[in-house]
Design a protein. Structure first.
Length: 101
């Protein structure tokens, strides 16, 4: 019985990343902060990230991003869509610098 419960818990946590959306893009403007988010322009359009409640680690990784960096952003949304030229990320998970292609 314990094994079944552990399997169920493991399945629950493993499926959370299955639905995560990612985007790789080049930052083309300085990161700007507002009361509720971070904003920057990228090679794939403007990106708005809702930052209320993010962890210190998430904040620090986001705050290191500079114009010219290529980044991989992971979001909790299942799909990232552009609306009026802006990609809005409401469930920010992580951002990391990657090699530009």
């Amino acid at each position: 019985m314990k094994a079944i419960k552990l399997l169920a818990i493991a399945a629950l946590f493993s499926t959370s990343s299955v639905y995560a959306a990612t985007i790789t893009t080049k930052v083309t403007s300085k990161l700007e902060w507002s009361e509720e988010g971070a904003y920057f322009s990228s090679s794939k359009g403007d990106i708005s990230i809702y930052t209320v409640g993010i962890s210190t680690k998430q904040f620090q990784s986001l705050n290191t991003i500079k114009k010219g960096d290529c980044v991989l952003i992971t979001a909790g949304e299942s799909k990232l869509e552009k609306y009026q030229g802006t990609i809005s990320i409401m469930d920010f998970k992580s951002i990391k610098k990657v090699a530009c292609k």
